[in-house]
Design a protein around this ligand. Structure first.
Ligand SMILES: Cc1cc2nc3c(=O)[nH]c(=O)nc-3n(C[C@H](O)[C@H](O)[C@H](O)COP(=O)(O)O)c2cc1C
Length: 444
């Protein structure tokens, strides 16, 4: 038997016209005969990912258009910077209904929804997907989200994490409150469930109160698979404590290795979880074709559609700084960002593995806009798989979140060209062995 680690694959996408490659919608290869707002697009995308033996579709999200750049959401709206974006959980059952094995992970923020409602929604999704639901737990990092939900100020990062800790505590209490044998469904006596086996949750905490019974019967996975992408020190602790899969974007193998070592150390020393028991899934943008020159052409086409102002609006939104106030030639090296710190660092190391070469505002925007600062694998299936194997063997990657470049075409290309090469090298499943997403994702 091969001892090589097999890759876990997630298709990274949003329920919108444009995902993580700014300007994607302008690409002539994008959404040929498909409309992102129609079920047929999602059914096809799901079936394509399942054909490619992906673990799940990962639906990223934010709650409102970014408005940090020039203190306005104009550029976001104008250049389709992840806008429009529709609600992510609404497509989950379209995706699971079109497939047999593919999981579906939805990004849902803990900041403006009570944990009682969230745990009910996720239990329902886990039922309707037949045990294939995952939750990417986030806390709304962008000021536009807070403004849209009626808040003048954002809660600072550390307090957001503190609040999320309590939020999950309430969700766990609710998900675990029905015993496995609570439902007796005895038609003769008329007893459907034994109330002594359905705990009444009573939570009075610093941030939340919840008194009541969970409204859903236990779902196939009982709790959705928990995903997290915290990248600050506090975020890494949160992820190490709760997550079953952790996402990160690192531009090179050295940073990946450092990250995996750091997370393993936290698992072991702080949270009594075994090293390697959580999957490390790294962002990767693949551009594949039969020949290198064809792949390069595709890549240049992707780059040529990035609008600089849209790119600046995106980095301003993600990092919480108005980059219109800086010159395009200013360096970004020593800036502290209030937004997604880990993703910002990936830009700083994208040009130079040592992170020493200066990166200007203009460069940072373009590096980020092509795929959230993810490393790129451009070339033939062999080139792509060589790079994936290198990240798995040297960088500690257990799998990849594959950023969309043009949809559904980029996932069709992956399934047609890269999947067979991964399988040929024993680096990808040739059948799904588990019946739930957790079984498949946590498989070695
Ligand atoms: C790869 C990656 C993907 C993310 N996707 C989302 C997302 O879809 N929605 C969201 O609100 N936050 C997203 N985030 C943000 C984080 O989950 C987290 O809330 C944010 O990074 C702030 O915490 P931090 O400073 O600890 O990183 C993502 C972060 C990373 C690294």
């Amino acid at each position: 038997m091969s001892s090589k680690k097999k890759a876990h694959l997630l298709g990274f996408i949003q329920h919108g016209v444009n995902s993580h490659a700014t300007g994607m919608w302008r690409n002539p290869q994008d959404k040929i005969n498909y409309d992102f707002s129609k079920p047929q697009y999602w059914r096809h995308m799901a079936q394509t990912m399942e054909r490619g033996f992906f673990d799940a579709m990962f639906i990223a999200d934010e709650l409102a258009p970014y408005s940090t750049f020039q203190n306005s959401s104009d550029a976001t709206v104008k250049y389709a910077v992840q806008c429009p974006t529709h609600e992510p959980s609404t497509i989950a059952t379209i995706i699971s209904g079109a497939t047999k094995h593919l999981g579906v992970g939805v990004t849902l923020s803990t900041m403006f929804t009570h944990p009682y409602a969230m745990s009910r929604l996720l239990s329902s999704l886990d039922h309707l997907t037949e045990g294939r639901a995952a939750w990417n737990v986030v806390s709304s990092y962008s000021k536009s989200e807070w403004e849209a939900y009626g808040h003048e100020d954002m809660t600072p990062r550390n307090e957001r994490y503190e609040k999320m800790e309590e939020y999950l505590e309430v969700c766990y209490k609710l998900w675990d409150s029905w015993s496995d044998d609570a439902i007796v469904a005895d038609k003769a006596s008329g007893v459907y469930a034994d109330p002594s086996k359905v705990n009444l949750v009573a939570h009075d905490g610093k941030y939340f109160k919840c008194h009541g019974r969970h409204f859903c019967a236990p779902s196939p996975q009982r709790r959705p698979v928990l995903w997290q992408a915290g990248s600050s020190g506090r975020g890494r602790d949160f992820a190490a404590k709760h997550a079953e899969a952790i996402f990160a974007v690192h531009p090179n193998v050295e940073r990946m290795r450092e990250y995996a070592d750091d997370l393993n150390e936290r698992l072991d020393t702080k949270f009594n979880r075994a090293r390697g028991s959580v999957k490390y899934i790294y962002g990767l943008q693949t551009v594949v074709a039969e020949t290198r020159s064809e792949a390069q052409e595709k890549y240049e086409r992707i780059m040529s559609h990035i609008p600089l102002e849209g790119a600046l609006a995106w980095i301003s939104g993600h990092f919480g700084l108005d980059f219109s106030k800086m010159k395009l030639t200013d360096n970004v090296q020593n800036i502290e960002v209030p937004g997604i710190q880990g993703l910002f660092e990936s830009i700083l190391y994208a040009k130079d593995p040592a992170g020493k070469l200066p990166v200007t505002v203009g460069e940072a925007a373009l590096i980020y806009a092509q795929g959230m600062g993810m490393p790129r694998a451009i070339g033939t299936p062999k080139d792509i798989v060589d790079q994936m194997e290198y990240y798995m063997d040297e960088g500690g990657a257990d799998g990849f979140m594959l950023a969309a470049t043009y949809t559904p075409g980029c996932f069709e290309d992956f399934a047609n060209l890269v999947t067979p090469e991964l399988q040929r090298r024993g680096r990808l499943r040739t059948r799904y062995s588990g019946s739930t997403l957790r079984d498949n994702l946590l498989e070695a």
